[in-house]
Structure formats: C-alpha cells, structure tokens
Design a protein around this ligand. Sequence first.
Ligand SMILES: [Zn+2]
Length: 527
Amino acid sequence: MKDLMLLNGNVYTMDPHLPKAEAVAKKDSKIIAVGKNSEIENLGRKNFKVMNLEGKTVIPGLVDCHAHFLSFAYSLKRVNLEGISSFGQVLSVIKSFSTKLKPDEWLVGGGWDKNILGDESIFTKEILDKVWPNGPALLQSKDHHLLWVNSKTLKAAGIEKTTQNPPGGRIEKDQLTREPTGILKENACSLVWEKVPRPSAADSKELLKESLKIANSYGLTAIHDLEDQEALILFQKLLENGDLSLRVCFWVPDQNLDSAIDLGITSGFGNENLRIGGVKLFSDGTLGSQTALMFEPYEGAKDNFGIEVTSQEELAQMVEKASRAGISVAIHSIGDKGVHQALNAIEGPLQQNIGENRLRHRIEHAQLLRPQDVERFGKLNVIASVQPVHAPSDKQIAEKYWGKRCRLAYAYKTLIKSGARITFGSDAPIETLDPLRGIHAAVCRQRVGEKESWYPEEKVSVAEAIFAYTQGASYASYEENLKGSIQVGKLADMVILSQDIFQINPEEIPDTKVECTILGGRMVFES
Ligand SMILES: [Zn+2]
C-alpha cells in the first residue's frame, strides 16, 4: 500500500485544535500530517501517491452507530413492501415475488406500514394464504416489531388457539373463535423467526460483500452492529479473508449477556476492525406498533400504554450484572416511560459505584422524552444513540399517537443543549443506510423534497450532525483516540465529497456525491 498525500483539499478535520486544513498525508493505515499544502509537500512528494483534490471537501469517515447489517444484507433478496400505500398493491407485489420461489419455500420480506395502509385488522392469515398457499409466509412490519404470517407459518411454529403469549409478546387472536389472526407482536415474533431457514453461510457472505460495497459508497467506514452470533461469525470470516471493508463494533444480544460474562468478554474487547461494544437490551417496543411504553396512553386509545418488554426490575438487574462485569449496555427505549425506566436502570449501579466509570452506556432511539428526564442523559453520562431519518419519517404517526407530547420527540437539539452525548445511526434496514440522508434529516427536520421542518427548534447544525457520525460514534466504541477526526496518529478513515455540505443550502445535502471512501489509508470506494 503506497503512502498517500491529499493536496488542495477543503478538509474539515473535526479536530477542535485545527478545524480546517488543505492537505493530509498518511503512512500505512495512519494519518501522519495535517495542515497547509506547503507543510505537507515538505514531506517530499516522491514517497507518496499524490492526489490533487481540486478544492473538494474531506471529512472523517462516517460511522453508523445503529445498524442491523446482516438484516440489511438479507433485505436485498427479500420482498420489499416499503412505501407502498395501498393494500391491493401490497398483495400484488407479494404475488409477483412469489413466482420466483420454489413450491414449499418460505416467502420472507417486509416493510409494510399499517399506519399508511389502514387498520391492523386487514392483515390476516387468510388473505396471505390466498397469495402464498404453497409454503410459509412471514412479512415484517416496517418497524420490525410486528409479523404478518400465514397459516403454514403458524403451523410450523406450533402456534394455535391455546398457545399462551410469551413474556413481552402478544399473539393476536380472534375475539370469538380465539384463532390466531396472523399478527404477532414483539417477543411473539421470535417464535416464528426461529423456524425460518437461514441462507447458507456462502450466500450470506456474498450478500454481506454486496452490502459492504453499498456502505462504502455512502461514505461509511464503520458501523455499530446490533445482531446475533450469525452476524458476528460472518464478520470474523470476512475479516479473515481481508474482505471486511467496514470497522464493526458489535453489540451482543440480551439473551447472550450471561455467556458474555462467563467468557470474560468486556466492552472494548477486540481491535479497530472488529470490537465488542457491549450488550443490547430492550426496555419497550415501538411507536409504529404502538408498543413503546408510555406514561400516558396513546392518543385515541385510552387503554394502550404500550408494552414493557423488560420489566423495570429485570432491566435494572441486567444493567447491574453487566456493569459489574465491565460491559456497557445499549437499551432500546422509545416511549417516554421506556426511556425513563432505562435511565433508572442505568442510574442504580452508578449510585452504588458498581462498574468502572469507563462504561459507556447508551439509550437507543430515545424517541420521546419527559421534560424531567432530558437532563439525566448528561448527568449520568448516558449516550443518546438516535437515528435522525426517523424524525421526519415518523412525524405523521408521532403526531397521531403522541399529540402535543411531540415537542420532546426526536429532540436532538434539546439533548445536545442539556449536555448529553449524542450519536447518529440509521437503524438500517428500517431506514436507509445512507448517512448523508441522516445528516439532512437532522439538519432540516424534513423528508427529502419537503419544504416544511417538523419542530425546527430541534434542528442541529451540520457540524453537530457530522460530530455525531464521527467523534460521538467513536466515543461510543471507546475509540475517540483512534478515529473520528482527521488528526495525526489517528486511523486514515476519510471521505471525499463532491460539494461542501457545510456551505451549501442544507436541503441540497442529499444531492452530494461521495467521490471516494478511504479506510485505514486504503481506497474502498471510488466513484
Ligand atoms: Zn434497531
């Protein structure tokens, strides 16, 4: 790998001591100089491959702090119902997809959104039996918290009239006949997922390689992945073969907390290519499925306060156990009460001085806050790990179910002002993996093409958004001294952009092209 010299650039370093530079040089995987053209040229051109940037913008490599990357890879090969606004269209897309399947094969996909398609009651097993009678079918809702399945799937999972709801889950049943309707919620979904045949390791690896290329083309150099052992095994295989073109910080699922502790794994274990972040826990469900845990009921449904996926007591015990073992937690919490209980669970061990203060706990999503909980993030040093595309994309449904409470929904600026650390991610495949779309959503609080901002007081600056995708994310993986800014001694992870996103009209951010992605000094994407 030849050493590289970038000259005539418009470099935003994200290093407060030298925020802007013209040139950067790297040796092997690290940055060795940042500064003016003349300073960098003094290193001697002949030892370097010289790239003239002609004024193009350079920023540190972007890090997606919340992705389900293997699911994203699988989604490339599954039926995609996203954005479809009529139920008839949903059925015909499934039907035409099914012509590619072998008889008896599982039909798998998702992306349907009951909030745009109509009431949940239209998603019945009978309708799905008509479209795919040959084999089992399961279709995940856009937010991944509901499953719509057919009769063959229910049979394969052994779900019938008398089957009890699993803890933290619900099997929807007909009020008269008690027959399962074909809708499963929250933890009930895993009864079915366990039965779905997984693609072979070879197929999964190919899909992952395709996904890595997509990620690099978006300017991503690292992700935080929240998945299970299958993903971790595949990442190790890719790394072994030199094919892992993203740095991965991996979060262990809640059911593996005890095994992680038994093995002696602690947060930060690994290296800059593949590292363990901690354990992912769940406090509640989602807004899309109205299962996020609420202090006050959902608007228009006075009995629905959401689902407590893990009880307050159990959540506190899990955080305490993890903290004692040197493991940070990332707690999925969406409703105001879900977030409140997650903060309580984190506060307990801190008050008793359990766990080293090196732990970097986080709350995933934090979509709705009670005013009195905002300051607790900063005080307890809890990272708010949020996904900005959710804000404009959820706004209609948030207003429908949370009404006036939306003032503190997706409240990124309020969190930053209160002293909270904040990181950005995508939640792919639920939303696009493209971080420029995330930056746009955080800065504009509107969908691409829309003119009106949703709660504009919660807009963040471009610098704050990039900070969340770089330095903020690197802090969350214990790597703030290793990456996240263009600084001497740090890894040479950089992105070259077609335009200066700090200067253009923010509405044009999604039109920006990634021209080149550099990972550890190596080009992993060139347009
Ligand atoms: Zn997620």
